[in-house]
Ligand binder design. Structure first.
Ligand SMILES: Cc1cc2nc3c(=O)[nH]c(=O)nc-3n(C[C@H](O)[C@H](O)[C@H](O)COP(=O)(O)O)c2cc1C
Length: 345
């Protein structure tokens, strides 16, 4: 299926199809939404400086994440309530991820139970865990993820409380109906007392590798590496938590330096093109995640829509790698990316 190539046009097309409340929930950011606006633009701060005369026949977008092979260095970020976008909900998203050959991260707030999503995600499903104030509930989520065959546990660490949002959740009864019955249980604004010791306890309670999602500070990245975590996602939650938090495109280099190869680093927030994917790889990310673009694609075409989006990102990434003289996502030359001259921006 054909999707609008321009990110703004893709969003506009989905907006026309969606109930206003669903569109607002997907699009919303925290506060004045300054981080939402800055995230995609920040990738443009980095210019690509291609290498030439490299054998283009050898280019492949295939790589691995925590040992799992993926066909392109793009995974699907955990996003809540896919039923707001399409009746087939997370099952459609999972089938598309499988067809494209990549990992889907399944949200704690999935519209469908994990057991009805993971079997479709045959290229890999990672469970995104929101820790519950009740340790028994958290452990229950963990066990279900293990039993379903999830390949990793992604603990979201940037949500001790929900960010202030002025769009999207206004009428909670209408929202719950649109999102599915499991929706509102999550809306609690309780402060979660999750700390490093808590992360270590969770890691000790599971055989799954642990990924921390929502790291922006290099000191936290260093701490994560020291505590035996397998990976982290440099993320400001798509601008939905702390308004004004640094765009991940700008936070990434210092995080990569702090972990010094001790764990895998992924990044999300405003990744919209194959050129953005290549920028992230050159800055040291192992792979990227996309969020809103696939929600728009799911809205427009269900499984076929998400697959079309992933195929396009894969083709764009292959094209950008070829033109920049890079053959392997795991070995992109850091020298092909340079900071834009601030005097020019
Ligand atoms: C509608 C929506 C729901 C989200 N739900 C979750 C969630 O349940 N858990 C989570 O860790 N992150 C969640 N996120 C954040 C995404 O995983 C991801 O960090 C972000 O969307 C990436 O930015 P992008 O949308 O610009 O690609 C959500 C984002 C959106 C837009």
């Amino acid at each position: 299926m054909e999707l609008p190539w321009d990110p703004a046009a893709l969003e506009a097309a989905a907006r026309e199809r969606l109930p206003a409340i669903a569109y607002a929930y997907f699009a919303a950011g925290a506060g004045m939404e300054s981080s939402v606006a800055a995230n995609p633009r920040a990738w443009g701060r980095w210019w690509l400086r291609p290498r030439v005369l490299v054998d283009a026949g050898a280019v492949s977008t295939a790589t691995t994440v925590l040992g799992t092979p993926i066909a392109l260095p793009v995974m699907l970020a955990p996003c809540a309530f896919h039923r707001l976008a399409h009746a087939d909900a997370e099952a459609a998203t999972a089938r598309a991820a499988a067809a494209a050959g990549t990992v889907m991260m399944v949200s704690t707030h999935s519209s469908l139970p994990l057991e009805q999503v993971v079997p479709h995600a045959t290229a890999g499903a990672w469970f995104q865990l929101y820790v519950d104030p009740d340790p028994g509930v958290t452990l229950g989520r963990l066990r279900r993820a293990e039993e379903c065959g999830c390949g990793a546990l992604v603990i979201t660490v940037d949500a001790p409380v929900w960010g202030v949002r002025y769009r999207g959740l206004g009428d909670s009864a209408a929202f719950a109906e649109a999102a599915g019955s499991t929706a509102v249980s999550s809306g609690a604004a309780t402060f979660l007392g999750l700390d490093w010791a808590g992360v270590e306890r969770i890691a000790a309670a599971t055989r799954l590798p642990v990924v921390l999602k929502g790291i922006l500070h290099p000191d936290d990245a260093g701490r994560a590496a020291a505590s035996g975590v397998a990976g982290l996602v440099v993320s400001n939650h798509g601008g939905r938590q702390l308004d004004g938090s640094i765009p991940p495109a700008l936070a990434l280099p210092e995080v990569v330096a702090a972990v010094a190869g001790r764990l895998e680093v992924y990044v999300d927030g405003g990744v919209r093109s194959g050129a953005d994917v290549l920028r992230a790889l050159a800055l040291g990310a192992r792979a990227v995640l996309v969020g809103r673009p696939y929600l728009w694609a799911l809205t427009l075409g269900g499984e076929a829509g998400v697959l079309a989006l992933l195929r396009r990102l894969g083709a764009e990434t292959a094209n950008a790698m070829t033109l920049a003289g890079q053959t392997d996502p795991a070995r992109v030359d850091p020298g092909i990316v340079v900071a834009a001259d601030p005097r020019l921006s």
